[in-house]
Design a protein around this ligand. Structure first.
Ligand code: GAP
Length: 478
C-alpha cells in the first residue's frame, strides 16, 4: 500500500526527482538559472516526445479526418494584427508600492474593498491600510497599496533582418493555432479535404508571462498540441460535445487517474469574445484544480478575421448544394472551428505528478521506494536490461546482445551494469521504467531471463526469444 504523499511536499519532491534522474533542469543553471525556462534532460525529452507522439497518433494517425502541419514560429506580423493578439493579448499588470513585485491583477488574492489589512512595508514595519475598490491585494506581501493596472502584451517581439526598426518587428508565436487558420485553404486544396476536417500541430509557443510558477506548469517558452477542426455551421454544437469527451478520455487512456480529471465549462463572463462555448480539461494539481487543455467553439471568427485582413477568400465552396438563404448554387460558407488546445509541457507535469508514488518500508523492502507509475506508452524507457553480476563477461555480453535486440525493434531500452541489482531496480522505478529484465547464470544455460514488473515488483521467468514480443505487447496493448 502506498503512503499518502503530503500535498505540500509533492511538488518539491517531484522537482527534486526531476533533477536527480534527468527529467527537467533549470535552464542555464550554472549561471544561476533563468526564471521560467527549463531544459528537458535524457528522461524528460523521452517523456515529452512520448506525450506528443501519443497525441499525434490519436489525433492524426488514427483518424481519416485530421492532417498535420508544422508551421514557422515567426509569422507575418499582420497575422497577429488580424487575430487580435497585437491589440488584445495582454494581462492586467499591477505593481505593489511596498514590495515592488509585479503581478497579474486577475490572479491576485481577492478581498472585500475597504477591509483593513495589516502587512509589512518596504522597511519591514507593520502597517495597516484599506483594500482599494478593485478588491485585491499584492500576491506577495499582501499590501493593498498598488499601482494602476496596465495592459501588458504577452508577445515577445524581435526583428527580422539586420535593421531593428518598427517595420521589421516580428513576434514569436504565442499559440500554434493561427498557422492552421492562415494555411486553411492551402491544406484543404492540396489534400482535397472535405468538411469536416482538422489540422493538427505540435510546437513551441512563447508568452512573456507576468507570473510564472509551479515549475513547468506556466513558463514563457512551452509546447502546445493544438488541433483546429473545421465544421459546417450548425454541426458545431455536436462536434464540440464530441471533442470534449474525446480529449478527456485521452488522458484517462494514458493512465491518468480519472478522479484527478474533470471538464469545467467556462462561465459566460470567462468566455473569450469570439467563443460560443469553451470547456477546460482540468487536473487536480497539488495547488488545486487547474487547466490542462481548453476545448473551444471558436465559430468562424478566425477565418473571417483573416479573410477580411488578407483580402483572400477562405470560404468552402460546395457546388452540389444550394445556399439555404438564396437557393442558388454553389453553397459558399466559412466553416466554424472546434479547437482542442492542449499544453504538452503542462501535460508532462500532470503525467509526472499523477505517476509519483512513495511506498513505505515493508518486510521485503526495508527502505521503501519512490516509483513513477507512468503508463508504459509514455514511460521514457520501456525496458532495462540488467546483468546480475557485472564481473561476469559472459553475462554482460549476453545482456548487451539482448538490449541491442530491443533497440533493433525500436523499443527504447536501457543497459545498466553499475551497482547492486537492488539499486539498479530502484533507479528504474524512479525513472518509471515498467519492465526490468535480469540476465543471470540461468540465462546462459536455458535462454530465459527474469522480468520484473515495476508496479507490483512481481518477477517471472520468460524465454529470451519471447522478451521483445512480451514487452512490445505490454507497451502497445496496455
Ligand atoms: N489556441 C488557444 C490557446 O492557445 P490557451 O488556453 O491560451 O489557448 C492552450 O492555451 C493550452 O496551452 C493551455 O491549456 C495550457 O495547457 C497551455 N499553455 C498556455 N500557456 C502556457 C504557459 N505559459 N506555460 C505552459 N503551458 C501553457
Amino acid at each position: 500500500m502506498s503512503q499518502e504523499v503530503s500535498v505540500d511536499d509533492r511538488m518539491n519532491k517531484l522537482v527534486s526527482l526531476c533533477k536527480r534522474r534527468g527529467f527537467v533542469f533549470q535552464s542555464s543553471e550554472i549561471y544561476g538559472g533563468l526564471k521560467s525556462c527549463y531544459d528537458y534532460g535524457p528522461l524528460g525529452v523521452e517523456l515529452k516526445r512520448n506525450v506528443t507522439d501519443n497525441w499525434w497518433r490519436s489525433m492524426v494517425h488514427e483518424r481519416e479526418d485530421v492532417v498535420g502541419l508544422d508551421a514557422s514560429i515567426i509569422m507575418h506580423p499582420d497575422v497577429w494584427k488580424a487575430s487580435g493578439h497585437l491589440d488584445g493579448f495582454s494581462d492586467p499588470l499591477v505593481e505593489c508600492m511596498d514590495c515592488h513585485v509585479r503581478f497579474r491583477a486577475d490572479k491576485a488574492p481577492r478581498m472585500e474593498p475597504g477591509t483593513e489589512v495589516t502587512f509589512r512595508d518596504a522597511k519591514k514595519k507593520k502597517v495597516t491600510a484599506p483594500v482599494l475598490d478593485r478588491g485585491y491585494v499584492c500576491s506577495d506581501c499582501g499590501s493593498p497599496r498598488l499601482s494602476e493596472e496596465r495592459a501588458f502584451n504577452l508577445m515577445f517581439s524581435t526583428h527580422l533582418g539586420p535593421v531593428a526598426s518598427e517595420e521589421n518587428t516580428v513576434y514569436l508565436r504565442p499559440e500554434t493555432a493561427q498557422a492552421m487558420f492562415v494555411n486553411f485553404l492551402n491544406v484543404q486544396q492540396s489534400y482535397r479535404l472535405k468538411i469536416p476536417f482538422g489540422i493538427a500541430q505540435v510546437g513551441k509557443s512563447f508568452r512573456n508571462e507576468i507570473t510564472v510558477r509551479h515549475f513547468i506548469f506556466r513558463s514563457c517558452e512551452f509546447e502546445q498540441m493544438e488541433m483546429e477542426f473545421f465544421v459546417e455551421p450548425g454541426s458545431d454544437d455536436e462536434w464540440f460535445e464530441y471533442w470534449k469527451k474525446a480529449r478527456l478520455q485521452w488522458y484517462v487512456d494514458l493512465g491518468i487517474d480519472p478522479s484527478n480529471l474533470r471538464l469545467r465549462p467556462h462561465e459566460k463572463d470567462e468566455l473569450a469574445h469570439y467563443a460560443k462555448g469553451c470547456s477546460d480539461v482540468e487536473y487536480r494539481f497539488p495547488w488545486g484544480w487547474d487547466e490542462l487543455e481548453g476545448i473551444a467553439n471558436r465559430t468562424d471568427y478566425d477565418l473571417r478575421k483573416h479573410q477580411e485582413a488578407s483580402g483572400k477568400k477562405l470560404e468552402i465552396i460546395d457546388p452540389n448544394r444550394e445556399d439555404p438563404n438564396t437557393g442558388k448554387r454553389p453553397f459558399r460558407y466559412l466553416p466554424y472551428v472546434i479547437e482542442p488546445a492542449a499544453g504538452a509541457t503542462r501535460a508532462v507535469l500532470a503525467f509526472l505528478l499523477d505517476a509519483y508514488d512513495e511506498e513505505p518500508p515493508s518486510e521485503t523492502r526495508k527502505d521503501g521506494r519512490v516509483v513513477l507509475r507512468l503508463h508504459p506508452r509514455v514511460a521514457p524507457i520501456k525496458a532495462a536490461v540488467l546483468p546480475l553480476i557485472k564481473k561476469d563477461e559472459n553475462l554482460t555480453a549476453r545482456a548487451r546482445a539482448i538490449v541491442k535486440e530491443f533497440w533493433g525493434h525500436g523499443i527504447n531500452s536501457f543497459y545498466d551494469e553499475k551497482d547492486s541489482i537492488g539499486r539498479r531496480y530502484a533507479r528504474q522505478d524512479e525513472a518509471g521504467t515498467p519492465f526490468c529484465l535480469t540476465v543471470d547464470g540461468q540465462t546462459l544455460e536455458e535462454e530465459t531471463v527474469t522480468i520484473r514488473y515495476r508496479d507490483d515488483m512481481r518477477q517471472e521467468r520468460i524465454e529470451v526469444s519471447q522478451a521483445v514480443d512480451i514487452v512490445r505487447k505490454k507497451v502497445m496493448e496496455s
